[in-house]
Design a protein around this ligand. Structure first.
Ligand code: C2E
Ligand code: C2E
Ligand code: C2E
Length: 91
């Protein structure tokens, strides 16, 4: 059914994130590093984050969550299939 995307998790690709220029990806990289440290989760190739965290990141980047999602897909940090924007349809 079409509601499947509601359950899609936000999973960051840490290898792609690590290879991006620091001036653009720096805030996101620091955010992800902080979450890894809080969880003691250092060895993953990916990091699942909270939907709420994407909203915080959108404020940091001065974008809407939709715009940030598009940017993350362009950077190769989010899978294009994730359709994260569906999280925010009803807000
Ligand atoms: P907390 O928010 O009080 O969560 C305590 C513990 O509850 C977490 O310990 C984790 O075992 C579990 N937990 C809470 N929410 C979730 C969830 O949505 N999914 C899963 N699988 N488990 C959940 P943990 O992982 O050691 O994290 C310790 C603290 O680090 C958390 O305390 C929180 O303050 C912070 N943290 C960790 N990961 C994230 C994150 O992705 N986003 C944010 N904003 N904070 C995080
Ligand atoms: P999944 O959520 O689809 O994750 C698939 C695999 O992606 C995980 O395999 C792990 O290798 C990687 N992965 C995803 N998110 C993270 C992350 O934030 N940090 C790290 N280091 N790796 C991540 P894994 O560990 O064998 O887990 C298999 C499945 O077991 C997961 O599928 C999920 O459904 C469940 N699972 C594992 N750990 C947790 C957890 O802490 N909370 C919940 N709710 N489910 C978990
Ligand atoms: P997940 O563990 O499969 O959790 C899916 C959703 O269930 C979470 O979406 C959240 O809405 C709810 N949930 C699960 N555990 C808790 C909890 O302890 N407290 C509360 N209030 N809600 C909970 P959300 O927040 O978008 O998180 C998406 C994924 O990010 C989680 O999938 C998990 O893989 C990761 N994550 C988020 N927070 C933490 C955390 O504190 N520690 C760890 N280890 N992983 C987290």
């Amino acid at each position: 059914s079409s509601a499947v995307t509601k359950n899609t998790k936000i999973v960051l690709n840490l290898e792609s994130l690590g290879s991006l220029p620091a001036d653009e990806a720096g805030p996101l990289a620091r955010y992800a590093s902080t979450i890894q440290a809080q969880r003691h989760d250092y060895n993953g190739k990916v990091l699942s984050i909270r939907a709420e965290d994407l909203k915080s990141l959108a404020i940091i980047y001065d974008m809407s969550p939709d715009e940030l999602t598009t940017r993350l897909i362009e950077w190769g940090v989010l899978s294009p299939g994730a359709d994260v924007a569906s999280y925010f349809d009803d807000e």
